[in-house]
Design a protein around this ligand. Sequence first.
Ligand code: NAD
Length: 490
Amino acid sequence: MNIYKALIGEHWKESSSGRTISSSNPFNQEVWASIPSLTKEDVAEAVEAAHLAFHDWKKTNGLERATLMHRLADLIEAEADHLAQVETTDNGKLFKETKNQILFSARNYRYFAGYADKLLGDFIPMDNREMIDYTIMEPVGPVALITAWNSPLSLLANKLAPALATGNTVVIKPSEQASISTLEFAKLTIQAGFPSGVINVITGDGAAGDALIRHPLIAKVSFTGGSQTARAITKAVSDKLIPVTLELGGKSPNIIFADADLEDALTGAIAGIFGATGQTCIAGSRLLVERSIVEIVKERLIRKAATIQLGDPFDPATDMGPVANKLQLKKIVSMITEAKEEGAELLYGGELAKEAGLHGYFIKPTIFFTENPEINIACEEVFGPVLTIIPFNDPEEALSIANRSPYGLAAGIWTRDIKKAHRLAAEIEAGNVWINTYRASAAGAPFGGTKQSGYGRERSWHALYEYTHIKNVMVNLSTKKRDPFSMQTK
Ligand code: NAD
């Protein structure tokens, strides 16, 4: 049993209540570690540490911050196997996927390190040549970074890299379901040489998160998680009027036209919904298929689903690991039951996988077909390996089904017709559109949602603006007298 502590300033802390939360391995259900369940007072201590550190950290120059961030990226790369091993033990995601994501997080720290000394302001030409005007990008102050359990270190990098590059201090709150890789990562931030209090990691359940966002010294919240929690957060901070970035769930349409390269499109459909056991916000959980090819798509997807290898997430031959926790498994099973009751046709799976050697939270890859895009399984996020195929007759109908969703996170378009692809990309209500690929990411490409999938952008230079405000400075060089009762506009 590994007993972990939270990082507050330079100290590793237990909860002052003595309470802990245990972590079980979703593959074999063994309890293997515990984290502290921090009290409101413990959380306040972390925020105060971040507040204190902000005073000096915001004044560091960009090169100093970039140097530390590159050092951190070096350490992440050197420790990628260890971090991935811990994360996979904690949330059951395939080791090969976790390691890939952790290496991608190092790429993101390097990307934003490159911006740390390039936070350029504007020099603004004025109508009056005796006035000058310029802008400064300033950090916003201690920021709360709250993450979900499905990809802890990768989600964290999306927030922490731009926050550090722009001179913010942070209090990180990983999910109580998978906090341990973040606590291991915290050790690397100390090794990299970040000053005490710049990066704090608190642990606990929703109550710890709530205490964090409500703290008067927290100046901004960046949250990745579910819509319901997002609503609670925005309500809780509404009195403080602080900015919030929200990265939430989705019900993303993956659209296959009859003129697509079908083999590529089917690979994209599988990657979209069965990759990471469907536990990704960008899961392509609605497969919209042109009617003329719907039968062949069904048949070939069923054949492909049958070859998906369920098993130990550490085994390189495994395609799909367990669902990350019991609560999530229960939710998936209940949504499958409801889909059957709603009249969706079950084409494959739809039950727990109980083959020899599978003792964890395993569910078979599941495929439904429906003519009715309004039923719940075609509208609500499952966050599991459950695909719903919906036919369409023409691009207009595909678009109308795609946009008939409260969510707007991602979409895929599979076609060889370049005009159709770009026309649709322009009309689809989603923050991220892939054409002839799915579930692809880049440090320089902005990521985020529209509608109930959230607001604000991560990755890319756009993310710098999530962690800064723009100060305008206007300077009068004139020696002329002014009329004090009239606003100076020239
Ligand atoms: P969740 O909303 O239950 O929890 C997310 C985090 O919020 C956890 O750390 C949790 O402890 C904390 N929290 C809970 N209540 C809180 C409160 N009142 N105040 C402050 N913090 C609180 O989400 P989850 O189950 O961990 O994650 C699954 C969801 O996350 C899915 O909907 C998924 O689509 C979404 N997600 C989105 C993205 C994205 O980038 N858009 C990425 C991954 C996951």
